[in-house]
Write a protein that binds this ligand. Sequence first.
Ligand SMILES: Cc1cc2nc3c(=O)[nH]c(=O)nc-3n(C[C@H](O)[C@H](O)[C@H](O)COP(=O)(O)OP(=O)(O)OC[C@H]3O[C@@H](n4cnc5c(N)ncnc54)[C@H](O)[C@@H]3O)c2cc1C
Length: 352
Amino acid sequence: MTRHTDVVVVGGGQAGLAAGYHLRRHRLDFVILDAEAAPGGAWQHMWDSLHLFSPAQYSSLPGRLMPAQPGETYPDTGHVVNYLADYEKRYDLPIQHGTRVDAVRRDTDRLLVEADSGTWRARAVISATGTWSRPFLPAVPGRSVFTGRQLHTVNYRSPADFAGQRVLVVGGGNSGAQIAADLALDGQVEVTWVTQRPPRFLPDDIDGRALFDVATARRRALEAGRSDTGGVASLGDIVAVPPVRAARDAGLLTAQPMFTQLTATAVRWADGSTREADAVIWCTGFRPALAHLAPLNLRGARGHIPTDGTRALGEPRLHLLGYGDWTGPASATLIGVGRPARDAAREIAALM
Ligand SMILES: Cc1cc2nc3c(=O)[nH]c(=O)nc-3n(C[C@H](O)[C@H](O)[C@H](O)COP(=O)(O)OP(=O)(O)OC[C@H]3O[C@@H](n4cnc5c(N)ncnc54)[C@H](O)[C@@H]3O)c2cc1C
């Protein structure tokens, strides 16, 4: 059966919900199709001890402040999931959970959105599928030879799964530092943290609030034609959230350089030294989940789709939301996605 609507939003995590909020304000007819069976997007799957890097009121979607979590300055992921579930209900967003979109195609004056539960003909599409479903693993020699456990950030839950084991954590970003700290502070796991270059901790007084301010200052500078301030990346890579700070200050978070090879039971560095390991956790990032857009043939360099703001350059009826800074400064954060969502909805309304 083919259904008709103004806009299909693909993905019902925070980016899809922010899109829905603004589409509703423009009184457009739309549907949000989300592969997850329940609300919360990727937040449902993150590891047990994870907390936001900003206080609740700095982690809000448009229209509704995230309430504080009693006893926590930085809310945990369960609190975020509850907030997103409540947001869906509060704004009565037309979201269909458990619906995966396989393909978006051009069809004369419409875009055809093919999902496992049917097809929609839409005048515009907002893709907000995030990155969680596309974990990235680097091509390191011997990866297939290693007989221990290998997992990615997406599969990590808690130190209890590694009690008494020797674990290598690979990655110098926030996930790598936080998972290494989680394991090290537990005291039951022998952790080696490995990073491609020496880790760059942000100053301790900088959390997500300050990062958002820096990203905003950068956007304003660029909009005003002033020189690029370098944004968040110029400050460092790792937010010194409380567990990271605690592990670092206890001397538990000293990074080793990247090894060059895995063997059946160990990793080996360029100088020939080795370390036995029971498990390797690859905290090596994500790629945007864009497979459903392949029929539109829009991919540019680095697997991204070139955009002007959120609008795809090669297909003006398609907007991309979330994913990373290439779809708007801080657009892959809770507080940052509101602005590009507003812009996307406004452009779509103008197009109609
Ligand atoms: C470890 C970690 C910590 C983070 N901490 C913070 C933080 O403290 N503060 C902050 O603001 N941000 C943080 N972020 C960044 C960001 O807020 C989250 O990654 C957030 O989940 C991104 O939301 P999203 O809506 O773009 O994507 P997602 O939450 O991944 O939602 C995308 C949705 O689209 C669905 N989907 C995917 N493909 C399809 C398809 N083909 N058809 C239908 N549905 C599909 C998915 O199932 C999912 O429900 C963190 C990210 C990570 C990984």
